[in-house]
Design a protein around this ligand. Structure first.
Ligand code: ATP
Ligand code: MG
Length: 557
């Protein structure tokens, strides 16, 4: 079977670099790493970085480490460490080694001592605000700190006392001594270590000084022998500091940093800070709420790892800024499920239909194929009787023009069953349609070869006495279009109808459906059994995607 997975990945600029490096003998074995900060769940943007790092190493028979960048204990949590590992595995990747930046705290400290001894780092007593003021700007050079010329001995003593916990948070920092007039602001004596009396999820209270990202990252890479350290473009200006750190800390191994453009998707929030606030404010149920663009949210919504990998491959890797249309991701899940998901019938907004000329108490079984495009999926038996449910919007009392579904006097085909004609509309005291009385024509049974006459509409249905109650959750983007307008607070732009919950029915043979099972419901789209909310009493389905995007429909596909 041809699946979305089989497409070969195309070349990209990083692959070319790796290939050249191997050819020139600059590296013997490619080692990459995926370095998440355990301060939230991974999102679809991270998936791009994961695929890039793992597939690159894989292609050249190298290795990839999963390294938690846990240098900021204030925001980090073991819940995130576990969720991230689960997500990477689910995406289909196995890391060579599991590492933590905190594994290297002692080594990083020792290298900082080396920097001090070489006169390349100093302890600074300026406050954060004073430092900011003296940093200069893009057009003006910065000013040297008055503490810049401290002696090596004094610096060693102060740094040791910082580690020993003698000072309060923010009282002192360790800075690199590079150049306050460097055009690149990142080189203006950047901070290497800060004091933070905070409990760390792995090292506990052992440390009260923590290395800054720009210092910790290159050292971690070098210790692990990473050859190609791939990150997003906002770190491009940090590369000279990366190289400085490797050089001045006298690391034996010489990793190189390469930058690519981060993934942006229309209508999709791709910042952990914002995603976290949606969770903290209770706008969504949790990090894995199916509306979230997190990997766990997409999984619970029903996306497959194959579809996400195929999407990442398709968007490619480049340095140019771009925004990918959200419908591209939807395209890949439709492609993946097209031949895999059984096609069954679900009524999500039920309207009872009584077939008045069908014998009372009789139930017959009808044959229905499981996937018209994939014969291998076989067929199933579905019951049919005098009482069925159809979709409320498959009936119109006063049909608009070109409405081919059910209306008084009109005949339609019931998928896999018979033709029925609407004879009578039953209403409640308020005038709402509550039931339809129809007649069926026994000659028109599906598969019987009946050619007597044609009908224009086919509708789906579920037999009423054996139908399985089900809940359907339909989703819209979390943010309204206003979010793109300036001046609006992020939380003011929450789409109030991002979740619609409907109660309806599915076919009886779906009673045993398990969490994460996927189906195509005739006309409604692809659905996934929600693993959290499904219980013995009720199956809950998340809509993954409708059958056609409005985009496809507009293009007449
Ligand atoms: P966020 O901005 O959402 O908080 P982050 O970059 O701070 O994300 P990290 O945990 O530091 O999150 O990211 C781990 C890796 O994933 C980094 O190498 C980062 O460059 C990469 N990454 C993060 N977001 C994206 C994205 N949208 N597209 C591609 N790669 C990304
Ligand atoms: Mg980051």
């Amino acid at each position: 079977m041809v699946t979305v997975e089989n497409k070969t990945s195309s070349s990209n600029f990083i692959k070319n670099i790796v290939s050249e490096d191997l050819k020139a003998g600059k590296v013997q074995e490619v080692i990459t790493r995926f370095p998440p900060e355990p301060n939230g769940y991974l999102h679809i943007g991270h998936a791009k970085s994961i695929c890039l790092n793992f597939e690159l190493a894989d292609e050249f028979k190298g290795k990839t480490n999963l390294r938690f960048d846990d240098t900021n204990p204030i925001k980090e949590d073991t819940e995130f460490v576990e969720a991230i590992q689960e997500d990477v595995r689910w995406l289909g990747f196995e890391w060579d080694e599991l590492r933590f930046a905190s594994d290297y705290f002692e080594e990083m400290y020792n290298r900082a001592v080396l920097l001090i001894k070489k006169g390349k780092a100093f302890v600074c007593d300026l406050s954060a605000e004073q430092m900011r003021e003296m940093r200069g700007s893009l057009t003006e050079p910065g000013k040297n700190s008055p503490y810049r010329e401290r002696s090596v001995e004094e610096n060693l003593d102060l740094f040791a006392r910082m580690r020993a916990g003698e000072f309060k948070d923010g009282e002192r920092i360790l800075r690199a001594k590079i150049d306050m007039s460097a055009p690149n602001i990142n080189l203006r004596d950047p901070a290497l270590y800060r004091i933070a009396h905070v409990h760390h999820h792995r090292t506990g209270d052992e440390w009260c000084i923590y290395p800054m990202y720009d210092y910790a990252h290159p050292i971690g890479d070098a210790i692990e022998g990473v050859t190609h350290s791939i990150c997003t473009l906002e770190f491009e200006d940090h590369r000279p500091l990366y190289d400085w750190t490797i050089q001045e800390c006298e690391m034996e191994s010489q990793p190189h940093q390469y930058e690519f453009a981060r993934l942006n998707i229309t209508n999709t929030i791709m910042s952990k800070r914002y995603l976290k606030s949606l969770v903290d404010q209770g706008v969504v149920e949790s990090w894995d709420d199916p509306r979230m663009p997190t990997i766990s949210g997409l999984r619970r919504k029903g996306f497959t790892s194959e579809s996400i990998r195929a999407f990442c491959r398709e968007i490619g890797v480049a340095r140019a800024y771009s925004v990918v249309d959200e419908r591209m991701l939807e395209f890949f899940i439709r492609e993946d499920l097209k031949l895999k998901a059984p096609r069954t019938m679900a009524v999500i907004q039920p309207l009872k239909v009584i077939i008045t000329n069908y014998p009372e108490g009789q139930v017959e079984m009808l044959e229905a194929e499981n996937n018209a495009e994939n014969e291998e999926m076989g067929s199933r038996q579905i019951p049919f009787s005098r009482e069925i449910y159809i979709e409320q919007d498959d009936f119109m009392e006063n049909p608009v023009s070109k409405y081919f579904r059910l209306f008084p006097g009109n005949e339609v085909r019931l998928k896999h069953a018979y033709f029925i004609t609407c004879q009578e509309v039953i209403k409640d005291a308020e005038g709402n349609v509550v039931e339809l009385h129809c007649t069926y024509d026994p000659e028109t049974k599906s598969g019987s070869g009946f050619t007597g006459r044609k009908v224009k509409g086919t509708i789906h249905w579920v037999e009423a006495t054996q139908a399985v109650p089900a809940e359907f959750r339909l989703f819209e983007p979390l943010l309204t279009d206003e979010a793109n307008e300036s001046g609006k607070e992020f939380l003011e732009c929450i789409n109030p109808s991002s979740l619609t919950v409907l109660q309806g029915f599915v076919e009886p043979n779906m009673k045993e459906a398990q969490g994460q099972d996927k189906f195509q419901f005739f006309r409604h789209g692809y659905f996934n059994v929600d693993p959290k909310h499904t219980s013995k009493e009720k199956i809950v389905f998340n809509r993954i995607v409708s059958l056609k995007s409005s985009f496809d429909a507009a293009k007449g596909k």
